[in-house]
Design a protein around this ligand. Structure first.
Ligand code: AMP
Ligand code: FE
Ligand code: FE
Ligand code: ZN
Length: 282
């Protein structure tokens, strides 16, 4: 029987709506054999997920790192790195701290326009790394938008939108080096998710590969068939492995756990390459 492996999920440690302990329980109920917890810029959910891990489910401890290249925001999945390694740990802390001032500024801009949102409320909605989905929830609570998706339109907090403020992001090649320097394995998250804004060209992916990138997340809800076919060809050319995952965010998105899966061969290569942390078995 083939193993069901989902290598990209979020919990309340960042912008998911499911606490880590509940996430691993739901993963088991969804018939998964392996789940990676990849909260934005944090390892804050690792301990709770490991503690609550149901038998038969393996946990890959990871994170999704906020990056930039040529003015384009991108996400890098980092697996099985040493959470204590100072250079990468400092970088994650700086990313999280910058998100706080940035979210505060976004809320201030809305208040200046007379909207009834406030920073204390957004802080109360964020259990870890604060992000735009928490602001979107505050907007929903006030009936200003009908859904998280609607909050991401340009008249609210969509990228470059009316109330959008930039956050600190790591240069993506530098980030690949930080992840591998901490014994982790780097996979480019949803490289062709054009729905969120501009995406980088194959030249940037080639530079990331030279810097030590291990793989591309090909099977993702934001990729159409043409994008997947292109990325698979590119991965073959560059000697990269390919993964698939749900990018589950609880009720902040509609995608279900296990919506896309990673082939066991790719998973085993990721585990074999990692030197920073081990898989957790219950
Ligand atoms: P931030 O990291 O604070 O800039 O917020 C980006 C996060 O918002 C992403 O990680 C997604 O979880 C979420 N997001 C981005 N675009 C959308 C969208 N169109 N609808 C719902 N959630 C989104
Ligand atoms: Fe997110
Ligand atoms: Fe992402
Ligand atoms: Zn994600």
């Amino acid at each position: 029987m083939s193993r069901r492996i989902d290598l990209h999920t979020h919990s309340t440690a960042s912008d998911g709506t499911t606490p880590p302990a509940q996430l691993v329980a739901e993963a088991q109920a969804a018939g998964l054999d392996v789940i990676a917890l990849t909260d934005h810029d944090t390892t804050g959910g690792w301990a709770e997920a490991a503690e609550a891990l149901p038998s038969g489910l393996d946990l890959v401890r990871g994170a999704e790192i906020s990056c930039i290249r040529d003015g384009i925001s991108l996400h890098l999945l980092a697996y099985l790195f040493d959470p204590e390694e100072p250079a990468f740990a400092d970088a994650r802390r700086e990313l999280r701290e910058s998100r706080i001032g940035r979210a505060e500024r976004m809320v201030r801009l809305m208040e200046d326009d007379g909207h009834p949102v406030n920073w204390a409320q957004v802080q109360g909605l964020a259990g870890g790394t604060v992000g735009r989905p928490h602001i979107a929830q505050a907007l929903m609570a006030h009936g200003l938008v009908g859904s998280v998706e609607e909050a991401f339109r340009p008249d609210w907090i969509g990228t470059n939108g009316r109330y959008w403020v930039a956050k600190r992001e790591l240069d993506v090649v530098e980030a690949v080096r930080l992840v591998t320097g901490a014994g982790g394995v780097a996979v480019f998250a949803h490289p062709a998710a054009a729905r969120r804004g501009r995406t980088v060209g194959d030249d940037v992916i080639a530079l990331m590969a030279e810097a030590g990138l291990a793989g591309l997340e090909v099977d993702h809800i934001d990729h159409d068939d043409a994008a997947r076919a292109h990325l698979r060809g590119l991965a073959r050319d560059l000697g990269l492995l390919t993964t698939g995952s749900s990018d589950f965010h609880g009720t902040n998105k509609t995608v279900r756990l296990g919506a896309n899966l990673t082939p066991v061969e790719a998973y085993e290569q990721i585990v074999a390459r990692a030197t920073g942390a081990k898989i957790v078995h219950a």
